[in-house]
Design a protein around this ligand. Structure first.
Ligand code: HEM
Length: 553
């Protein structure tokens, strides 16, 4: 609680007791009511006053409840976009919280050096159990020393050169995906929920990299243990709490509540703990096979053994991170590319395709003489148009879409010409920053890989303006892994699969002809998005068939 508020309450209590002898009961009650109102008024005034020079909705200057509500609607990104459209590049969205939308602020708020720590937003994202309490992960650690201790030993594992050593494992998962698509959906009447299947792919890749075995989503064609829903529910439950984190220990993270309501993240923790136990006990079926010696879990355990001063829970925290941070996010980018390459809704809600994108991508892939059926990383990593599609997907639909909050350090800071005093929270929502018109162009709402094609300098500037992976000291550790997986999957699908050429008449597909639709979208309007910090899409249903090899093959 605010120090001044505590002082004011104590002063009122003293005043109240000194008046006790001179007034009767009713008068005392009135006095108490008036004093309480006065204290609340002074508190609200002080709160408003502290950042009065930052524009924003009036309610936001008094309470966080408004931004909690925005998050609860699942559309916080749109509210954030709307307030920036109304008030400008820097907006007060809470009594002590300032949101920025201009990429120019990125270097100030997210520096490489230490000293601009994460706010309590991240404490609400910690999984909780009665036995362990709140669990620190590299991602949600606020203490900068602890963050360094946890991150430094494992950071080399996430480098691009190490990521590429997993290529064989990713090809195995691609083979599994291909087998299942062919068996279940090619030349059958079955409708493919493409969004779900790429998510299965992303999870099984991360399972293979982490534990040397797939979780089995692709093999079974379903999520038997409900792990995917558990992860989304974990984020969705935590998301409103991130906006008002002092309530979190009351609502969720305490032993009493936990005895009858489990934090959703705990079922994932169960999977991770079991995998570690099995590996340590030597009961892991895959231990000792050609891949398990190289998977993340083995490397984490090795690192942990070599650094005994690390906390005893470090291996669990690292592994948990891989499962929770590394799968849904990648699946989301994959889904976005496939969705936009195939189709989009115009302003009147008509389905129009992007045949130009699809054809340009096919042309580039066909001409690149790629290995079949699984193109190699070295062949696809520098393909210009593929890269432009990936960057555009990362821009237009960031998988995490609430402001990444930081605490202004001692001495305050100037952001976009406005002074923010010490202790204020500040951050940018990637959904909004990635749509900054002066940086990305007037057509920010449109899918346009072409915006990335203007030479290396231009591309680099745009890349530095994107906030999807965070930035600076706390930038995403798994970025290369994510991009690696995406660039392995997309060329494979575009090269090998094609749609039946039938589009129901009721859809207005704009200028596109049937032949231009590679994958038949069953119900384009069914694609829904929900922002629970993790920005989920659902309802990408289609039919596919094998693509005929092009004449250049
Ligand atoms: C396209 C995929 C991905 C996206 C968009 C993404 C995005 C992010 C974002 C936004 C942050 C936090 C930034 C902040 O709070 O300021 C982050 C941090 C992190 N990500 Fe990712 N991520 C992706 C893939 C991955 C993968 C595949 C892994 C692991 C295998 C991973 C591991 C991490 C870790 C460990 C951190 C914490 C870094 C730190 O605090 O030092 N991410 N990521």
């Amino acid at each position: 609680m605010n120090k001044t508020l505590v002082t004011a309450i104590n002063a009122s209590a003293e005043l109240f007791s000194s008046f006790r002898d001179d007034f009767n009961g009713a008068q005392l009650l009135w006095l108490a009511v008036v004093a309480t109102i006065a204290v609340i008024f002074v508190h609200l005034f002080q709160t408003w006053w502290s950042l009065r020079h930052i524009p924003g909705p009036f309610l936001a200057s008094l309470t966080n409840l408004q931004r909690v509500w925005w998050v609860r609607t699942g559309r916080a990104h749109l509210y954030h976009q709307a307030v920036h459209a109304k008030y400008g590049d820097i907006v007060r969205i809470g009594p002590h919280m300032v949101s920025v939308s201009n990429p120019e602020a990125i270097q100030t708020i997210y520096p490489i050096r230490s000293g601009f720590p994460k706010s309590d937003f991240y404490s609400a994202l910690r999984p909780y159990s009665s036995e362990r309490g709140s669990m620190l992960l590299v991602f949600n650690t606020q203490d900068e020393q602890m963050h360094k201790r946890l991150k430094s030993p494992i950071a080399p594992l996430f480098s691009l050169s190490n990521t590429v050593t997993f290529e064989g494992l990713v090809d195995d998962v691609l083979a599994c995906l291909s087998e299942q698509l062919d068996k279940r959906f090619v030349d059958t009447t079955e409708i493919l929920d493409f969004g779900k299947w790429v998510q299965y792919f992303a999870f099984d890749v991360m399972g293979t990299m982490s534990f040397s075995k797939r979780y089995g989503f692709l093999d079974q064609g379903r999520d038997d243990e409900g792990m995917l829903d558990a992860i989304f529910n974990y984020m969705k439950t935590a998301a409103p709490m991130t906006q008002i984190p002092w309530l979190d220990p009351w609502f969720y993270k305490n032993k009493i509540v936990h005895s009858f309501r489990r934090t959703p993240g705990m079922s994932i923790l169960g999977v991770v703990s079991k995998a570690i136990r099995e590996r340590l006990d030597g009961n892991d079926d895959d231990a000792g096979t050609q891949t398990s010696g190289k998977d993340f879990l083995s490397r984490f355990l090795e690192i942990h053994r070599a650094n005994p001063d690390l906390p005893p829970w470090a291996s669990t925290a690292w592994t948990f991170s891989n499962v929770i941070a590394g799968s849904d996010s990648v699946g989301s980018v994959m889904r976005t590319i496939l969705w936009y390459v195939q189709s989009k809704l115009d302003q009147s809600d008509n389905l129009v395709t992007h045949p130009d994108t699809l054809q340009a991508l096919q042309r580039e892939l066909d001409a690149a003489n790629l290995s079949r059926p699984y193109p190699k990383w070295n062949e696809v990593r520098d393909l210009e148009y593929l890269d432009a599609c990936v960057q555009e997907a990362v821009r237009i639909h960031p998988p995490f879409a609430l402001p990444f909050e930081r605490v202004v350090p001692v001495g305050g800071v100037n952001v976009m010409g406005k002074y923010l005093p010490e202790g204020v929270f500040v951050g940018g929502n990637p959904y909004v920053v990635n749509r900054h018109k002066p940086t990305f162009g007037e057509n920010v709402e449109d899918w346009s890989p072409e915006r990335w094609l203007g030479g290396e300098g231009h591309k680099k500037k745009l890349e530095q303006s994107i906030l999807t992976f965070g930035a600076g000291r706390r930038v995403c550790l798994g970025k290369y892994i994510g991009l690696f997986e995406v660039k392995k999957l997309i060329p494979f699908l575009i090269l090998n699969y094609e749609a039946s050429c039938h589009v129901p008449k009721c859809w207005n597909i704009g200028a596109a002809t049937d032949r231009e639709l590679q994958i038949q979208i069953i119900d384009p309007k069914a694609l829904t998005v929900e922002n629970g910090f993790f920005f989920k899409q659902e309802g990408f249903n289609c039919r596919i068939k094998k693509r005929k090899q092009s004449s250049t093959d």
